[in-house]
Design a protein around this ligand. Structure first.
Ligand SMILES: [Zn+2]
Length: 267
């Protein structure tokens, strides 16, 4: 049987309060992290349960009752923090477990350590609290506060999708560790070829001849060229083009406009 991870996005989309001084809703952040996290976990063969899948203001007991009824193995609640609702210089990440819960603390420690690794936000540590979602869940449960909505510093991260994704990846790494699953990095995008199409207008064995021709092209046609030396020739070229058709189009233009006969090089 696969493990079931209950995912909680904290509050409803329209829950009163729960927004930054400039109006970002906490749920927007929580939900974005949760959705990225869901994908990450499922990529590792874990099952997920969204305890509040709609935008409605789902009560905390509805959330924990569902996780209990489905026998979730762990419960992860995602939040953004607030101090007093006014912009300030505070900030940072903290992770909560239920007081004296050994498994809760173990889960909090392993996830918190991943989340703060390399994070630009302050590490406020692992803490315990008598929160509903920690108390009323039968399984190990944690509540993450991934930054302060009323922090002038944190808010820039909370609003960025890169940070939201990074949080999800790090939480997933922690969950994988907790279950003894090897985290697989996402496939890096295929490296783009660093070869380009270049239009060669002339090739000279003598470098001063190449330079002279370069100046002539600039004076006569206002053509900016570069000189590349390889295989015994100083080559006067235009480019680079990543697309061959663009290079050909420009080559035709040079012929039509200036009667310049050129060849295309690819390297
Ligand atoms: Zn919250």
């Amino acid at each position: 049987m696969g493990k079931l991870v209950a995912l909680c996005d904290g509050h409803g989309a329209n829950t009163a309060g729960k927004r930054s001084p400039d109006g970002m809703r906490e749920n927007e952040f929580n939900k974005a992290v949760m959705n990225h996290l869901k994908v990450e976990l499922e990529r590792h063969g874990l099952d997920t349960l969204l305890v509040a899948p709609t935008d409605a203001d789902t009560s905390l007991s509805t959330r924990t009752n569902l996780a209990n009824a489905k026998n979730a193995d762990i419960y992860v609640s995602i939040h953004a923090n607030a101090n007093n609702g006014q912009w300030g210089s505070w900030g940072g990440i903290e992770t909560y477990h239920y007081p004296n819960s050994k498994t809760g603390k173990k889960l909090a420690d392993v996830i918190h350590n991943e989340v703060i690794k390399g994070s630009p936000l302050k590490n406020r540590g692992v803490k315990s609290a008598n929160f509903h979602v920690l108390r009323e869940t039968k399984m190990p449960a944690i509540l993450l506060e991934l930054g302060f909505m009323d922090s002038r510093f944190d808010i820039n991260y909370l609003k960025s999708d890169a940070y939201r994704q990074e949080c999800a990846i790090e939480i997933a790494k922690g969950i994988c560790k907790y279950f003894g699953i090897t985290y697989k990095e996402k496939q890096a995008p295929q490296p783009t070829s660093n070869k380009y199409y270049r239009i060669q207008i002339g090739a000279f064995s003598n470098s001063s001849n190449a330079k002279q021709y370069q100046e002539e092209l600039l004076e006569k046609y206002n053509l900016k060229t570069i000189i590349k030396y390889y295989s015994n020739y100083h080559r006067v070229q235009i480019g680079a083009y990543s697309s061959k058709s663009n290079a050909i189009r420009y080559q035709e233009e040079l012929l039509k406009k200036y009667n310049l006969k050129t060849i295309i090089k690819y390297y």
